[in-house]
Write a protein that binds this ligand. Sequence first.
Ligand SMILES: Cc1ncc(COP(=O)(O)O)c(C=O)c1O
Length: 490
Amino acid sequence: MSGAERSTSFTSDRDGWDALARAVGQLASAMADTQGDGAFSGVATEVLAAQIAQLDPCPKEPVPFEEVVGEVALVLGTHGVNTTSGTTLAHLHSPTMTLSAATDAVISAANQSMDSYDQSPAATLVEDHLLAWLGGELGMEPGCAGVMTAGGTGSNVLALTLAREAAARRVGHSTVYDGLPPEASSWRIVTGEKSHFSIQRAAALLGLGHKAVVPVASVSSGAIDLEALDVALEAEAQRGHQVIAIVGTAGTTDLGSIDPLGALADRAEALGAWFHVDGAVASAFILSDRLAPRLAGIGRADSVTVDFHKLFWQPIAASALVVAGGERSFDLLRVPSAYLDREEDRAEGVLNLVGRSLDTTRRADALKVLVGLRTTGRARFGAMVERLVDLAEATAGLVESTEGLELVVEPSSVTVLFRYRGEVVDPEHLDAINTAIQRSLFTSGQAVVGRTVHDGRQVLKFTFVNPELDLGAVEATLELIASTGQKLAH
Ligand SMILES: Cc1ncc(COP(=O)(O)O)c(C=O)c1O
């Protein structure tokens, strides 16, 4: 069947699997031919939109696979953002480990769903095993358990849904069965002002509203200011509000800062509040002896978000929520179902992961993570994470020695905030220049650099997620930014 792959063939026998291997081989080869070294082609949106609009999603007659291979390479290679490029520096969206990506293709083909044991027996046990191990690595007590989700946003929403139910149970109520109790209008979620917007999104989805999220001021690194936290907690108590959750962040999105997790655990414990740690970014530090101490206290959390698709280099989607267990377990939300998660299964010790999940049908994503970790090994894995942190530190030094650039904040983990400064004094003009730098590098395809707001001003951001990146490439991009800024300033 070589050369004539059809979408109507399935992996029902060796021929089917061979066809998959050939098809993946053709796609990979086309990607290798088109990807190049750059971050992005810089194609104009109108040109790209016109090309995409020409693709009839379901033509009357089938399109030969060879032709579609070219289309895939056009979308992901020619005009995609190359996560492996030395000039892709904006986001937390990493290159993926090849062996995990290959496993991902097989996971897709095998297509076992994680909702019930009778759909994915071994993969269910793999997910449970991997995430119990993860909880142990985080320092959580035996009995902790986890579930994979599509992303850090989903993990955070699930964590706060559990927190809300735990708060309701304490007043003899259940949000699962009765909806929100009258007290809910006074429920508050206290978190750092730099925490991820998914905390607000969770509050909105949970019927508490953004007003329920109390943002606490940070110290210059971006981590929660503990004095401000205590003032905020006291003020909430004075207002008669009940703090149902304290959310710490291990690796904030822009600054990479890590909250003082042990101190947050103390505050949460004293209040009987749920303690959630959003470790989407820096949780990978647990596998480095040098970096793990920065997460001290994470093991005391009631729940922790870990994103494997960030600093664990796994294909999207791969996030996990690990929950402490006992009274703070996924059972808070479990809704048994006669066809999927029966009480009799539970009695017989059969694990149906739908009982932990917001999704029902779900991919066997834990397996690719297991493959990635096992084939890398702890020592190499830890060294790869350390390399990124070292790169961020070295880059901060380079920014300071590059004429025209200014470091905005000392890096805390894998991000560096800086801006073009030159001789410009007007803050509005500086904002306009930095905005234009980021835009022009993107639209010319020269580099994909992050841009955010810090202390009310436009700043540029490098996010280091590519363990193969070398400092020379970073230095060249900094020089490009400085020279682009200089041109724009005149
Ligand atoms: C700290 C933090 N938490 C949560 C998220 C959301 O993760 P995801 O994009 O996987 O939903 C992000 C995304 O960048 C993040 O930086």
